[in-house]
Design a protein around this ligand. Structure first.
Ligand code: ADP
Ligand code: MG
Length: 275
């Protein structure tokens, strides 16, 4: 017999700030070695917390360290100073337990494998039996039914991106990291993909950190937009996006949406530091 509150406790964290935090970066300094012992400081005192089920978009000038933040959370880089915790542990634990879904700009699909096999890949990597029902459900979720046996080269750029996102979702991750996942797409396809991701996310509510340089995309998708300073990067401004969900095409025609986009664009165009 399960306690009536147990199901809720299993799906939703308690309200205390510590357990509500899915990702925490505290006092992050990241330096990269250059030649002859010199270093470049990519991040300098970055603090960022992301709540369970929250969608945060990271905006900032090119080279400010956005990808570095994602790579730190993904455990692909180590911080020079500061701490990174994901689901209360280090990134390595999350990776070991396959609870992290990642889609970066270079989507790296296996060219010889079908859509179905590309999406099933994480099961094989994790040494788990492929959940064919889930793979089929993901194919529907990203609108690729009928293309199960197609190879990547037979797909458009937008369809390949959708395969990459479905693959990132394959093992029902707790945390989704997206680095410019639509960067290579034309504006129309990109907007379509944004709406697609908004729809998928409305169904799954996975803690998501999206790096983008597209302000519209950030405002359309995120609960909070975090604007970084130029290199060395740290958090310059945080903007809550209170636009109700689900957010569809109508949102992008709303004056309130454009007001937020203009506000954030002005901030990005302004090289001055916020006080
Ligand atoms: P963004 O994604 O915001 O464009 P990055 O995180 O890729 O920025 O890079 C931030 C800074 O760190 C840049 O100046 C970049 O040149 C530097 N950098 C990133 N990765 C490395 C690396 N592996 N070695 C040396 N410098 C790096
Ligand atoms: Mg980058």
């Amino acid at each position: 017999m399960i306690h009536p509150g147990a199901a809720r406790m299993l799906t939703r964290p308690a309200t205390s700030p510590d357990t509500a935090t899915a990702i925490a970066l505290r006092g992050i300094v990241k330096e990269f070695p250059l030649r002859r012992g010199a270093t470049v400081r990519a991040l300098d005192g970055l603090d960022l917390e992301i709540a369970h089920g929250e969608f945060v978009a990271l905006l900032g000038p090119s080279g400010c360290g956005k990808s570095t933040v994602l790579r730190l959370v993904a455990g692909l880089e180590q911080a020079t100073e500061g701490t990174v915790s994901v689901e209360g542990a280090g990134p390595a634990d999350l990776i070991r337990s396959h609870r992290l879904g990642v889609a970066f700009q270079e989507h790296a699909l296996l060219p010889w494998a079908t859509v179905r096999d590309n999406i099933a890949l994480p099961f094989r990597v994790a040494g788990r039996p492929v959940d064919h029902e889930r793979v089929a459900a993901l194919i529907s979720l990203v609108g690729l039914r009928g293309f199960e046996t197609a190879r990547p080269r037979q797909l458009s750029g937008g369809m390949r991106q959708r395969v990459a996102i479905a693959r990132a979702l394959a093992l029902a991750p707790d945390v989704l990291l997206l680095d410019e996942p639509f960067g290579a797409l034309d504006a129309v396809t990109r907007r379509r993909m944004n709406l697609e991701l908004a729809r998928i996310w409305a169904e799954q509510h996975i803690t998501t950190l999206l790096v983008t340089h597209d302000v519209d995309e950030a405002v359309l998708l995120a609960d909070r937009v975090v604007v970084m300073t130029g290199r060395p990067g740290r958090v310059r401004h945080v903007r809550e996006i209170a636009i109700p969900r689900p957010r569809g095409t109508d949102v992008t025609r709303d004056p309130g949406f454009h007001a937020i986009v203009d506000e954030l664009t002005a901030l990005l165009d302004d090289p001055e530091e916020a006080p």
